[in-house]
Each structure stands twice: as C-alpha cells, then as structure tokens.
Design a protein around this ligand. Structure first.
Ligand code: FNR
Length: 420
C-alpha cells in the first residue's frame, strides 16, 4: 500500500534521512555557484530565516489513546484525489543540480504519485516532461510574458493543456527578479543563459517572433555573429573558436527567452481574464501573502492561491509565509469563498507540513529539499527526499493522534505567546 511504500526509503544505505544532511551533501556535490543559486535568498536572507523560524512558534497538541495505526494522507484538489498533500514546487534550471534535471524530478514524482509543477524556466520542454512523467500528475507554472507576447502565452498554455498538465499556476512575485547577493557575487548568469534556459526554443511562436526580430534588425548582434561565423568557418579556423561563437548565439537566444518570461510589472488584476480565455482548467495564483490579495483572487474568479514568498527569494524583510497563511485562512470572506489554499516556503519536515495543514492549507509545495535530493542522487535522490517527507508526515500524524488530514484544525496548534 501507499502507506507501506513511503517507509521503504529510510533503509537506503546511500542517503541520510536528515534534511540538514541533504543540504550538506548537495553543497559538496555541485559547484559553489550552482548550490548558491538554490540555497540562496533575497538580500539579507531574513525572510528566508523568518520562514523556517515561524514553524517554531506554532506547536502541535497531541491527543492520546486514539487508534491511529491506519492513516490516510489523501487530499482532493480541484476534483482530483491525490494520495498525499505534497507537491513538487516549480523550480527552474534544474540542470544546475544534476544532468537529468527536470526529467529526474518528473520520474520521481510519477513513482511517488506526487504532482510535479513544471517551471516556465525549466531546462526540459513541456513535451519532454509529459513523457517522463507519463501517467503521473502534472501542473504547469507560468512566468507570464508581457502583453506584447500574448501569442507566446497562448502557445505555452495550449501546449501544456495538450500534454496533460491539469492546473495552471501563475507566479506573481517574480516579475522583478530580486537582489540576490549570492548570485551577484558568483556571477551565476552564464549557466542560466548558456545551456540552461533553452526551453523557449521549443515554442513555435517564440521561435517565429525571435526570427522575425532578427531579420528586422540586420545589424543586430545575431547578424554579426552569423557574419563572424562565416569568416571563421573557413578552412584553417580553430574548431574551438567556432564552438565559442555558436555558444554566444545560443546565449543570446536564451537571454531573449528569459526576457520574455521576465516581463516587468506590466500586468494588472484584470489581465487574468485573458488567461481564462486560454485556460479552461483551474488557475492558481502563486505568491499571495495578504488577505487583501486573497480577496482579489476571489473577486477575479481564481480557483486557488499558493501562499508563498518564493522561499524568501524575492521581497527581503517580508513576513514569514506561515504567518501570512494564518492571517489569510482566519479571514471570514476567504473561509466562505471556498478558495483552495495551498502553501509553501520553509517546509523541511513532516511536522512543518502538519502545521501548515492545521492552519488551513489544503496541500503544500516543497522547494529546496527535493533539489538537494536531485543533486545528491538524481531521480533516486528526489524519490528519497519525497518519501522521507511523506513517511515523516504520516508518522507524525499518528503521533498527533489523527487518522486523516481532514481532522486537522487550529485546535491542534498552540501559538507561542498566545495561550489557548
Ligand atoms: C524557485 N521557485 C520558483 N517558483 C516559480 O514559481 N517558478 C520558478 O521557476 C522557480 N524557480 C525556483 C528556483 C529555485 C532554485 C528555488 C529554490 C525556488 C520558488 C519555489 O517554487 C518555491 O516557492 C520555494 O522554493 C519554496 O520554498 P522552500 O521550500 O524552498 O523553502
């Protein structure tokens, strides 16, 4: 059974069961700049620290003499039943952690029956991940191109829909990439723009727009590169120089794809109507942190929100995501609306997951921990991390004296400094 299978991972002699150890091993496994990109946070790193520290202020209140030997971790999200409340958060450029990148994650998700949310900044295409994920569950995360690229948005959504991605996640907190000192100091850009972010090349609309743009500007850098290529591809030119120039044109195109995704603050709430025209399934807004914005999500007919601060990677000094969740789920209008609320940022253990669910999240997303698993052992590493988190959650649910997630509520929590 699912409950038995998730416990198989701790017998692995290769991997630790400690989250801190996953991080330590990943640090040793990949180049410092790559690890830094995953581990790093915005500016002072305080919000990242707030995220994890917030879990210490909410503590679980266990009940005794309850028969909780048979437990059920299943949840229903947007009409689909999932065996657990865990999803893999959208994480871009996974090739910096392991050569199998998003494909390893897609296979691990299929094996553990955990939905994978594919990032717009992935290093594998929508189609490649659909194939690797096979009968698994998958959602698509959109970095929403600016209005002049609406055709690209439409094309991405159409491809996602055609390839079996069920839910559209629109990330709202990254229109303006944050000041991230670790990356600035390690100049991580080459691997993002180099072999990394080429998935845009697979989109026919992006390619058409890109080619048209190149043709229009005959003296553009792209033309110069082609001219230079002409020159150095003559007999006698070193092969290395040729490769270097080809790489330069790839980097240019990758950069152009990231430009499309990194759209600046060109979007307003009423633009969500456009997404609804191109996507008939559920739409979930990722990066909501306030009751005010949760109300807007309801007003604009969204199916759900992901309370998230991007793992502390965007607005430094922002409140802990768990505190934002507590505020939003306590709101009467939100409660009445039936809005589905998901949560991420800072989860490292099973008890963290139970706390978020007790506060009213229906399910949670895991970010960095599975990336560390990917670095340590590719597909096996991701599977190990996910199974550990599942088993830890299942075990803690029993220790709390509960048999299913629907039984969790705020009564299961004591908030420090606030006696019940
Ligand atoms: C992210 N995150 C992210 N989110 C998103 O919507 N699209 C993306 O492409 C990415 N890329 C990305 C890369 C890396 C390296 C990290 C660590 C994170 C944010 C991610 O989905 C999630 O919100 C956070 O990772 C959750 O916080 P924890 O679990 O990492 O603390």
């Amino acid at each position: 059974s699912y409950q038995r299978d998730i416990y198989s991972s701790f017998r692995s002699p290769k991997f630790s069961t400690k989250p801190a150890e996953w991080e330590a091993q990943a640090r040793k496994k990949v180049p410092a700049a790559n690890f830094g990109y995953v581990y790093g946070a915005a500016s002072s790193g305080r919000t990242h620290a707030f995220n994890t520290a917030a879990f210490d202020r909410y503590r679980l209140r266990p009940k005794m003499l309850v028969n909780a030997t048979r437990r059920d971790l299943s949840v229903e999200l947007f009409g689909t039943k999932y065996p657990s409340p865990i999803l893999c958060a959208p994480v871009g450029v996974q090739n910096i952690m392991h050569k199998d990148a998003e494909e390893a994650t897609a296979r691990a998700c299929r094996e553990t029956q955990i939905p994978m949310i594919l990032s717009s900044a992935a290093t594998r295409t929508i189609e490649q991940i659909a194939e690797a994920n096979g009968p698994g569950e998958r959602w698509y995360q959109l970095y929403w191109p600016r209005p002049k690229f609406d055709d690209i948005t439409a094309s991405l959504l159409q491809r996602a829909k055609y390839n079996g991605y069920k839910v559209l996640v629109v990330t709202l907190d990254t229109f303006n990439l944050a000041w991230r000192p670790t990356d600035l100091d390690s100049s991580y850009l080459p691997f993002l723009f180099g072999d990394g972010c080429q998935v845009g090349f697979s989109d026919p609309v992006f390619n058409r727009i890109y080619d048209e743009q190149q043709a229009e500007d005959t003296r553009s850098a792209g033309e110069k590169i082609r001219e230079a290529l002409d020159v150095i591809s003559r007999p006698g030119t070193p092969f290395g120089a040729l490769k270097l120039l080809m790489k330069a044109s790839t980097i240019k195109k990758s950069r152009s794809w990231l430009d499309v995704l990194n759209s600046g603050t060109y979007r307003e709430w009423h633009h969500l109507e456009l997404l609804k025209q191109h996507w008939s399934g559920p739409i979930v807004l990722k990066g909501i942190q306030t009751v005010e914005d949760a109300h807007k999500a309801i007003e604009y007919g969204m199916s759900g929100i992901i309370v998230s601060n991007h793992g502390g990677r965007q607005l430094d000094g922002a409140i802990a995501s768990l505190d934002a969740l507590a505020e939003i789920t306590a709101d009467e209008q939100v409660k009445k609306s039936g809005l589905t609320i998901l949560f991420d940022s800072g989860i490292r253990t099973g008890s963290d997951i139970l706390k978020a669910l007790a506060l009213g999240a229906k399910a949670v997303l895991i970010g960095r921990p599975y990336m560390y698993g990917l670095a340590i052992g590719g597909e096996e590493g991701v599977k190990h991390v996910l199974k550990c988190l599942l088993a830890d959650t299942d075990n803690m649910l029993g220790n709390l004296g509960k048999t299913c997630l629907g039984d969790l509520s705020r009564h299961d929590l004591q908030i420090q400094g606030q006696a019940k």
